[in-house]
Design a protein around this ligand. Structure first.
Ligand SMILES: Nc1ncnc2c1ncn2[C@@H]1O[C@H](COP(=O)(O)OP(=O)(O)OP(=O)(O)O)[C@@H](O)[C@H]1O
Ligand SMILES: [Mg+2]
Length: 397
């Protein structure tokens, strides 16, 4: 029997091709014990919660900052510690993500559940839900600290109605015993400016801002993940530095940095070299960029696909900078071929801008040509041939 497996001995001894030891550590849901680069925000948040230790109500709060700057991670991290510290105290911490609960009804439904009331997930009178919640809250006789993560998605739907009625509750409570505090988290930086005046004056939060991570901060975040999730000695320092530098240039999003690390580690494992190098990072960058473009294309409306196809085909036919006029002519032909009535030139011009804002193409203005001022496509996120393949896969247009 042993002889059948003897080829295993041909793997050089002492070389381990495994890189990833704990994949969970590299997933988005994982919140590590410490958060490099966020000491200041953690301290400020903890100080804000201090009144709870003396059975007093904390003020409302808002976290703002771009995607991947650690807002959710800091909220969860601090809540985890505070709920241990305050175990047995009359305080209830509740976390609700409004990307799943993006209507007043769904948030109220979650609040009912948090207080042990089971109601149908839809189709129940909203006022009853709100009544249930108020009664249960008073009965529980606690201070509630409610985190509404991605709260801008809720406000967009309900215009701030729930934020208003929750923060308003304090006016009718005996604040010596009960209070409602809301922490709203948003990556829309001007989220507070867009709130209705009445809502803002009732909510009026203390703000904590999360700036994009610098290259050094990203490096420390990556190093922590590598130490926790990868085999010791299985990565080159330069690989982590490269990810950190690239992501810092692109806006300092820790999620993106960790995604790249996971992808690079997976590629390194696949080629069985036993070491994660800068080369793997380079390959991972291409794949991550490509998969983002693919996702963007896959969700485009039909006319957008036809406009993109027109531009790509012109590029492939050798026109280095196709303009709106030529793109429109070709788009019109494609539209008729697919038996849809073509949109106006103006609309197609707007679609080109939308394709640019999705990062699929780059456009620039060309001034004073034969047609006056016009937009031209000057580049694409991926080589035109690759875009054409993706268009074919996605749409068969
Ligand atoms: N300082 C940090 N240390 C370690 N990991 C971090 C840090 N900041 C963020 N992360 C990790 O990066 C990812 C993104 O962070 P997080 O979800 O907190 O971002 P966010 O600011 O809430 O972004 P969004 O606005 O998109 O919701 C998560 O996996 C998180 O664990
Ligand atoms: Mg978040």
């Amino acid at each position: 029997m042993a002889a059948r497996y003897s080829h295993l001995n041909s793997i050089p001894s002492g070389r381990n091709v495994r890189i990833i030891q704990d994949r969970r550590v590299l997933s988005d849901a994982y919140v590590p014990e410490t958060l490099p680069g966020r000491d200041e925000q953690i301290l400020m948040f903890e100080e804000h919660l201090e009144p709870l230790l003396f059975n007093e109500p904390p003020s409302h709060m808002a976290f703002t900052g771009m995607a991947g700057t650690g807002k959710t991670a800091v909220a969860k991290h601090v809540l985890r510690h505070k709920s241990e510290e305050l175990r047995g105290a009359p305080v209830r911490f509740i976390y609700i993500n409004c990307s799943q609960a993006n209507t007043s009804y769904r948030v109220m439904y979650q609040l009912n559940r948090a207080f042990g009331i089971l109601v149908p997930p839809s189709g129940y009178p909203y006022d009853v839900l709100e009544d249930n919640f108020r009664k249960a809250f008073l009965e529980a006789d606690v201070r509630m600290f409610l985190v509404l993560d991605e709260v801008d998605l809720l406000v967009r739907r309900d215009g701030g109605r729930l934020l208003y009625s929750l923060t308003r509750m304090n006016y009718d409570l005996d604040l010596r015993r009960n209070s409602v505090t809301v922490l709203g988290i948003s990556n829309t930086l001007n989220f507070l400016d867009r709130l209705d005046r009445r809502v803002l004056s009732s909510y009026n939060p203390d703000r904590i801002f999360f700036q994009p991570y610098s290259a050094d901060e990203l490096y420390n975040i990556l190093l922590q993940r590598a130490r926790l999730g990868l085999r010791p000695g299985s990565w080159e320092d330069a690989a982590l530095r490269r990810i950190a530098a690239k992501v810092a240039r692109e806006g300092g999003d820790a999620r993106r940095a960790i995604d790249l690390l996971r992808m690079a580690a997976t590629l390194a494992e696949r080629d069985r070299s036993g070491k994660l190098t800068e080369d793997h990072v380079e390959q991972a960058e291409i794949r991550v960029d490509e998969s983002e473009v693919q996702v963007a294309i896959r969700t485009l409306p039909f006319h957008h696909l036809l406009v993109l196809k027109a531009a790509v085909d012109l590029l492939l036919a050798g026109d280095p900078r196709p303009g709106t006029g030529k793109i429109y002519e070709r788009y019109e032909r494609y539209a008729r071929r697919f038996l849809v009535s073509p949109l106006t030139m103006r609309r197609v011009s707007a679609i080109l801008r939308e394709l640019e804002s999705q990062g699929i193409i780059e456009i620039e203005m060309s001034y004073g040509g034969a047609r006056g001022n016009t937009k031209v496509v000057r580049g694409t996120a991926l080589p035109p041939l690759r875009l054409k393949e993706i268009l074919n896969e996605v749409t068969r247009v």
